[in-house]
Design a protein around this ligand. Structure first.
Ligand code: UTP
Length: 293
C-alpha cells in the first residue's frame, strides 16, 4: 500500500466517555466526569465544539452505566425551551448543544476495561474510515483548536497522528510517551510509543495528550490487544504496532492543555478560561487579586 491509501477525509470522531472518573470522587459518583463544567460549559461541550471546528460530521460517544446524561446534553429539551421562550429568554446558550438529527451515535462499553477497549467498541460505526478520538477530560484551549491543527497536518502527511506536549521528565510515568524521529516545525515523526514508562525507560518527555487521528486498521489490532499498563487494554499498545506499517506523526499543539481529570488541572482550567472570557475576565481578575491579597 502507498501512503495515499491513508489520506481519506476524517469525518467521524469517537469520544470515549465510559471511564469511572475515580480521581474526582465523590463529584463523579452520580454525575459523569465529562459533564463537570468549566465555568458554564461541560467538558464534553468543549470537545464537541473543537471537533465541529475541525470539520467532524459524525459523533460517536462510547458510554457506560450512569453516563446517559451526556447524551441528554445534546438532545432537544422541549419543556426548557418552551418555558424560556414563553418568558422571553434567549435560547442562545443552548445553540451549541444542538446536533443534526442522526449525527450522534452511542455505543456501550459494558465494562470499563481501558481506553483501547472503549475505542474498539466503536468499530461498527467507524468501519473502513479513519477517525478522530477526543478524550474530553483533556481540555485543549487555543485557536485554531487542537484537532483543526491536526487535520491540517493530516492533509500534509496522512496516516496516523497524535497530539503531544512536553512535560518535566519526572512526570512521564503517568502518560503515553513517544519515541521521536525527525522534527519538522510542529510535526514529529513517531518511531515508537510506550504507555506509562518508568522515568529511566522513557524514550522522550513528549506525552500523548488526548487527541488522535487513526486509520481503521487500529481496530483489528485492538481486537486482539491484551492488557497492558495498569491491567487495562491500552490504545497506546495497539498504536505502537501500527508504526511499522503506516505513517505515524505527532503534532505539538500550539495552545494550552488542561488535564481536567485531575483536581488541580480542573481548577487551573476554570481559572484560566474564566480570566480569558471577555464577559467576565476583568471581574474574575479582581476577585482573584482580592482572594490572593
Ligand atoms: P482516564 O484515564 O481519565 O480514566 O480515561 P477514568 O476512569 O475516566 O478516570 P480515573 O482515572 O478513574 O479518575 C481517559 C478517557 O477514556 C475514557 C474516560 O471516560 C476518559 O474520557 N475511558 C477510560 C473509557 O471510556 N473507558 C475505559 O475503560 C477507560
Amino acid at each position: 500500500m502507498t501512503e495515499n491509501n491513508f489520506r481519506k477525509p476524517v469525518r467521524i470522531a469517537v469520544f470515549p466517555v465510559a471511564g469511572l472518573g475515580t480521581r474526582f470522587l465523590p463529584a463523579t459518583k452520580a454525575i459523569p466526569k465529562e459533564l463537570l463544567p468549566i465555568v458554564d460549559r461541560p467538558l464534553i461541550q468543549y470537545a464537541v465544539d473543537e471537533a465541529r471546528e475541525a470539520g467532524i460530521e459524525e459523533f460517536v460517544f462510547v458510554t457506560g452505566r450512569g453516563k446517559t446524561a451526556i447524551v441528554e446534553h445534546f438532545d432537544t429539551a422541549f419543556e426548557l425551551e418552551a418555558t424560556m421562550s414563553g418568558r422571553g429568554k434567549s435560547l442562545e446558550p443552548l445553540e451549541s448543544t444542538r446536533m443534526n438529527p442522526g449525527n450522534l451515535v452511542t455505543v456501550r462499553q459494558q465494562v470499563p476495561l481501558g481506553l483501547g477497549h472503549a475505542v474498539w467498541c466503536a468499530r461498527a460505526v467507524t468501519g473502513n474510515e479513519p477517525f478522530a478520538i477526543f478524550l474530553p477530560d483533556e481540555l485543549m484551549y487555543g485557536s485554531p483548536g487542537c484537532m483543526a491543527q491536526m487535520i491540517e497536518a493530516y492533509n500534509e502527511v496522512g496516516g496516523n497522528l497524535v497530539s503531544v506536549l512536553e512535560v518535566p521528565e519526572n512526570e512521564v510515568s503517568s502518560y503515553g510517551v513517544i519515541k521521536p524521529g525527525a522534527v519538522n516545525g510542529n510535526l514529529t515523526q513517531v518511531k515508537g510509543l510506550v504507555e506509562k514508562p518508568k522515568v529511566e525507560d522513557a524514550p522522550s518527555n513528549k506525552i500523548v495528550s488526548g487527541r488522535y487521528i487513526l486509520q481503521p486498521e487500529i481496530m483489528d489490532l485492538l481486537a486482539s490487544q491484551g492488557k497492558g499498563a495498569g491491567g487495562e487494554i491500552q490504545l497506546t499498545d495497539s498504536m505502537a504496532k501500527l508504526i511499522d506499517t503506516q505513517p505515524f506523526h505527532a503534532v505539538t499543539f500550539e495552545g494550552q492543555r488542561f488535564d481536567c481529570g485531575s483536581k488541580l488541572g480542573f481548577v487551573e482550567a476554570t481559572l484560566a478560561i474564566a480570566l480569558d472570557r471577555p464577559d467576565m475576565g476583568a471581574d474574575v481578575r479582581a476577585m482573584a487579586q482580592r482572594l490572593l491579597g
